[in-house]
Design a protein around this ligand. Structure first.
Ligand SMILES: NC(=O)C1=CN([C@@H]2O[C@H](COP(=O)(O)OP(=O)(O)OC[C@H]3O[C@@H](n4cnc5c(N)ncnc54)[C@H](O)[C@@H]3O)[C@@H](O)[C@H]2O)C=CC1
Ligand SMILES: O=C(O)CCC(=O)C(=O)O
Length: 409
């Protein structure tokens, strides 16, 4: 088991938002027992209190790790987003602080795609409003507005992991799939890429959004886009709430231009299950509302727990940053027989030379050295004889431009 500059039982891991037990199991098996586990997200003052002495934090989509919060998390070594989206973390601020952010880029893809397939069928059969009527004692037995999905056109916006998986599943139901993406993408199955959003909106019977939250996607879908959709078409959003002008959607549904919608994500979501969900979509029977559970299946949550906890333990144990979303990626094997020094610095000319000069002046032999950079930071990993590791660490801390450094004995 890897030995750290800090004993493993002193390394505090803060897990929020009820991440799956599999995460705890992975961390405990790796020797990390100092785990503070919360079933829900914390309010800001509780978060600041709990994160200030945490070395690792794991969260899902509710917890906002802003620059302000990160600046107060002085001991933070790495962040695990136990989900796909990482927009809830100020990635640039974390990078500048030398804190890598990991996520699970595939583990809930299938769950979202399956949910959307179910929603397409439900919407095209008018099930949400029929279900609502039955609950009120009504009986809407009629074929009006009910169609098969076979032969209909699905327009996918954002043809990434989820969009492609959805397209494949939709084709097995006999749907035609078109997609719009800012990148040229290899179409899977018989899908075809359209080169403007307008072309997609003018053609699709159902539009499904699968873009990440970025400055470009914020409010990308509003009154204009709804008006460009076909009369009587359907709309699905299981990406991020900030992508859609929710008031404009409510208007488009009320005017019956949009025949129905399924929405899983909202511009403002309740912080906990005890808080009220407020939305202009409430009360619209033909709108299926779900509480951001696109990725909430037993399979996805267990896999995410294993994947992200594994990445945190690996970074802690051997410095590997493979698949970090905001950090230079370094893939590292075990370091038996030597100590490993991890040095994160501002990416400016001459840092590596200074390290090598300092080590050379002290007679510290570098057995292996790896460097990766982003525009902002550099990440150097070095292996030295274990009996020189403490001295090397002292030297590293004095290098101008150092953000943080640690040693794995
Ligand atoms: N509802 C839920 O529980 C879940 C929601 N999500 C959300 O779904 C999003 C998508 O997930 P993945 O498919 O895994 O991501 P991905 O990164 O594989 O795919 C996103 C695609 O969107 C495209 N894109 C980016 N900006 C665009 C724009 N302005 N217009 C058109 N296309 C654009 C990208 O080129 C990429 O192909 C995540 O970022 C996350 O926010 C993910 C999992 C669960
Ligand atoms: O399960 C969650 O808390 C968030 C899922 C999600 O939106 C994501 O994976 O990006």
């Amino acid at each position: 088991m890897a030995k750290h500059s800090l004993d493993k039982d002193k390394i505090k891991i803060l897990l929020l938002e009820g991440v799956h037990q599999s995460a705890v199991d992975v961390l405990e098996r790796a020797g990390y027992t100092n785990i503070e586990y919360h079933k829900a997200s914390l309010d800001e003052s509780q978060l600041l209190e709990s994160i200030k002495d945490a070395h690792f934090v794991g969260l899902r989509s509710r917890t906002q790790l802003t620059a302000e919060v990160l600046n107060q998390a002085e001991k933070l070594v790495a962040i695990g987003c136990f989900c796909i989206g990482t927009n809830q973390v100020d990635l640039a601020a974390a990078e500048k602080l030398g804190v890598p952010v990991f996520n699970a880029p595939f583990s809930n893809t299938r769950s979202v795609a399956e949910l959307v397939i179910g929603e397409i069928i439900m919407l095209m059969r008018g099930i949400p409003q029929r279900n609502a009527q039955c609950h009120r004692g009504g009986w809407l037995k009629s074929a009006n507005g009910s169609v098969e999905v076979r032969g209909k056109t699905l327009g996918v916006i954002g043809y990434g992991h989820i969009g492609t998986q959805l397209g494949i599943l939709a084709e097995t139901l006999g749907m035609r799939v078109i997609f719009f993406d800012i990148e040229d993408k290899l179409p899977l199955g018989n899908a075809s890429q359209v080169h403007s959003l307008e072309a997609l909106l003018a053609t699709a019977d159902v539009v499904s959004l699968h873009v990440p939250e970025t400055p470009q996607t914020k409010d990308m879908f509003g009154a204009k886009e709804f008006s460009q959709m076909r009369q009587g078409s359907f709309f699905i959003n299981a990406s991020r709430g900030t992508v859609v002008d929710i008031e404009a959607l409510a208007e488009a549904v009320k005017s019956e231009h949009i025949a129905g919608a399924a929405i899983d994500v909202f511009p403002v979501e309740p912080i906990s299950n005890d808080d009220e969900f407020v939305s202009p979509l409430r009360g619209l029977d033909n709108v299926l509302l779900t509480p951001h559970i696109g990725g909430s299946t037993a399979e996805a949550q267990e896999n995410i727990g294993i994947e992200v906890a594994g990445k945190l333990a690996k970074y802690s144990d051997n410095g590997s940053t493979v698949s970090a979303v905001n950090f230079p990626e370094v893939s590292l094997a075990q370091h038996a027989g030597a100590s490993r020094l991890l040095h994160i610095h501002h990416n400016r000319p001459g840092v590596l030379i200074k390290i090598n000069q300092a080590f050379s002046a002290k007679g510290i032999n570098i057995a292996a050295q790896y460097l990766q950079t982003t525009a902002e930071i550099g990440y150097v990993v070095m292996e030295v004889d274990s009996d020189q590791a403490e001295e090397a660490l002292v030297e590293l801390k004095q290098i101008d431009g150092t953000i943080r450094t640690r040693v794995l004995f």
